[in-house]
Design a protein around this ligand. Sequence first.
Ligand code: PLP
Length: 354
Amino acid sequence: MSKYWSKQVHQLHPYVPGEQPKIANLVKLNTNESPYGPSPKVLQLLRDELVERGDDLRLYPDPTSQSLVHTIAQYHGLQDNQVFVGNGSDEVLAHAFNAFFIQTKPLLFPDISYSFYPVYCGLYGIDYRAVPLAEDFSIEAADYREAGGVILPNPNAPTGMLLSLAEIEELLQANRQCVVIIDEAYVNFGGQSAASLIDRYDNLLVVQTLSKSRALAGMRVGFALGHADLIDGLVRVKDSFNSYPVDRLAQLAAQASFEDEAHFQVSCQAVIRDRELLVAALAERGFHVLPSSANFVFAAHASKAAADIAVGLRAQGVIVRHFNKPRIDNFLRITIGTPEQNTALLAALDRLVD
Ligand SMILES: *Cc1c(COP(=O)(O)O)cnc(C)c1O
């Protein structure tokens, strides 16, 4: 607290990111990063760039990330003017809140969802209403109508549960008057992207990230897909905030990632396969696991409190995420690790629950 803070800063409730502890041999299953590295082609390109053109770092990067935008547009079968890239999807989302949701009617999002959404509302003074999930933690598309805006992750976080494309379309049809953002941070682990609906819904913005399925969380690249007018709105906000959000190396790395489809597919498939193994192993150990289409599972134990399990795991060098919030305080969100990490998690659990 400082007497120099503005009134607004006093009133902020900042997001609390999962920790990044500097502990050797940690089994880190708390922030949904990829357990596999980025494509070797990404790493080689970065090395070559530094060796051959390292001096170029004195120059500003392309403010429009044009080459990366083009690569992403091609990948998704869209035009370049339907793509916006930013410094992680968190930044893309922040610009989208600023561009589309400062409205007279409230923004709607699920009550159990990505906890950054209410934080952006606080930052930009956006009125919102958190819509309760159904008893089984699913999103009821019909609950979202006549909004000033809608945002939801698909699959949802931290539940991992997926809405079908038909349900997304139902939601879009009920909300033609406002922008609907589908935050697809985890879509590559079993979901279907709503990007295919963009040409039919000019109010749809799809947001994706390279942080999870493309193993580039450390590079900070995310992007939005949507009608050219929505993308234009994002560009206007970006150029009123930071013209160079994506650095030279990040632009190159992101582009190279899209050029190695094989590495991407193999890593996603490995995560999906190991998720199903982990779900079964957790069920055997007395956990109720929500159906996940993400690179994490959300699980509650029948008798042992989640907070205690999290502490017990940490003491054994395994970290998972626990949210101390109503309705989900007995759940743990566990990122799918490598087979070795998942085995270590289960061995640690076996010392805690029976
Ligand atoms: C991880 C995550 C993001 C943020 O991703 P970055 O691109 O790393 O900023 C956005 N939305 C959801 C739901 C996430 O889980």
